[in-house]
Design a protein around this ligand. Sequence first.
Ligand code: HEC
Ligand code: HEC
Length: 290
Amino acid sequence: MRVTKKITVLFLGLLFIGLQGCTSDNGNEPEINLDQVAFDAADAVNGSRLYNDFTAQETGFVAPQDASVKLVDITDHKDFYRCKQCHAWDQKAQFGSYINRAPKTGRPDVSSVELTNMQSADIRVLFDGIKGTGGGAVDPARTADGTNPALGGNNHPDYGTILSDELIWDLVKYLKDGAFDTDALYETNIVGTYPTGSVSFSDIGRDGNAAAGNAFFASNCAMCHGEDGTGIDIGGRSIGDFAREKTYEVQFKVVSGQLGTPMGTTSITIDEMKDLLKAISDETNYPPLG
Ligand code: HEC
Ligand code: HEC
């Protein structure tokens, strides 16, 4: 399925370059598609870090693009700028894991725009969507109270004033090529509607292979988290608890790493992710903290 889509995209891309070549003024030389060049050079893993928190040290973000934008107006109101706050870790916006994440003074309501299944999205359309020229300005008045949508705190920000094109291409690459389709990994069961609905997760790991997942954990995670995942207290949870309760965040954090901690990125395929989730959601092998 994914391969077919990729081939289609490749084919359309070649066709596009071909057509451009035909219509170019100098006739023979096909013009270079600069969007494709930028996309090819982009880094999906860094895109995932930016999606979490672009102000973190690991992302390569240094200062806002527009010199009149004050960084402190972003860092003091982070949840109005973190992609994950409005579109969620599972990209399902208010229709998945964040169905009951209501707005507070310090964070806006979760958006209704899902960013799932972007594999066949046009890279230029995606780039422009993220750049959001003319979108929400960096302004403390706009982000003063998330519970008052009239202030516009829930608008997609004008990232052109904040992020370089290079970093925006990393985000494009992450959403198109890097982000996992969580429906392939587990079932999300939602009841009701945002912000009063509820969510649960089942069939964690789908048809994954638990033995392979145990082996993956032993060689990539156990040195820090302990053999049974109880070696580090992660917000009162063991690895097993986290996989059972915050299922929607595991696939993200494994790829991205945990910003600000020694946990770096782990390279993993979707099949290995299924194996891992299947393994670590097992309560006998990965119990709660002791
Ligand atoms: C404060 C909430 C908020 C934040 C933060 C936010 N978005 Fe959005 N986003 C929205 C809303 C609302 C829309 C729909 C309206 C629009 O396009 O302006 C949207 C639209 C989009 C679209 C276009 C989708 C489509 O189908 O047209 C993309 C892509 C996107 N966001 C990606 C991102 C990325 C990547 C980030 C982080 C760099 C981000 N968003 C941060 C609220 C947010
Ligand atoms: C180099 C050590 C190290 C390795 C390797 C490592 N982790 Fe972590 N992990 C950490 C640390 C440190 C934290 C943060 C603990 C805290 O909350 O302060 C963490 C946090 C987490 C969290 C919680 C994230 C959150 O949002 O709170 C999860 C889930 C997790 N790790 C899963 C894994 C998995 C799965 C692997 C293997 C693919 C792995 N880790 C590999 C050290 C590591």
